[in-house]
Design a protein around this ligand. Sequence first.
Ligand code: 5GP
Length: 186
Amino acid sequence: MAGHLYIVAGCSGVGKGTLLKLFMERNPELKLSISATTRNPRQGEEDGVSYFFITKEEFKTAIENNEFLEWAEFSGNFYGTKKSFVEKTLAKGIDLILEIEVQGAKQIKEKMPEATSIFVMPPSLEDLEARLRGRHTESEEAIQKRLGAAAREIEAGKSFDYRIINDNIEEALANMQKIFDGEGKC
Ligand code: 5GP
């Protein structure tokens, strides 16, 4: 049987990376997709682990060659999911999670309506701002851009199959587990 596709989106800084990391540890049979991006690696990020870090030229060529299942521009950088990676993983019967932003999530849902979409919400925009600042990884300009995007993303999150508020991490993990168990896939 083919694997099931899950899409997890949420505003930048909402803590979805941490949430997913813990969720994957508890559900090791799941696989997390590795995207391609044109943004610079952050400290500690490894090529081929966090992302495939590629140039704008390489990204453009991949678009022209129709290699992406979805792609989007976010905060001045490009991000995309390779079609071949998703198809091969699902064909092996492995359940796959895509951690992507909302425009990409929308593209996938249109192409693959059977995919399950989950939106991770911050408890409030103030909380999100505090988290983004506390991370010390972005410039003030990047923080402002990401906060602007967050308000639009929360609006877009209303059309997702499920929404989880990431206030208490254990509660968020339990809610996520319920969704996956309910979909009968893990
Ligand atoms: P970051 O720069 O913080 O790693 O990611 C910025 C945003 O891009 C996040 O919302 C993340 O989920 C999203 N993202 C990561 N990979 C992809 C992808 O392959 N496609 C799309 N559409 N968004 C992605």
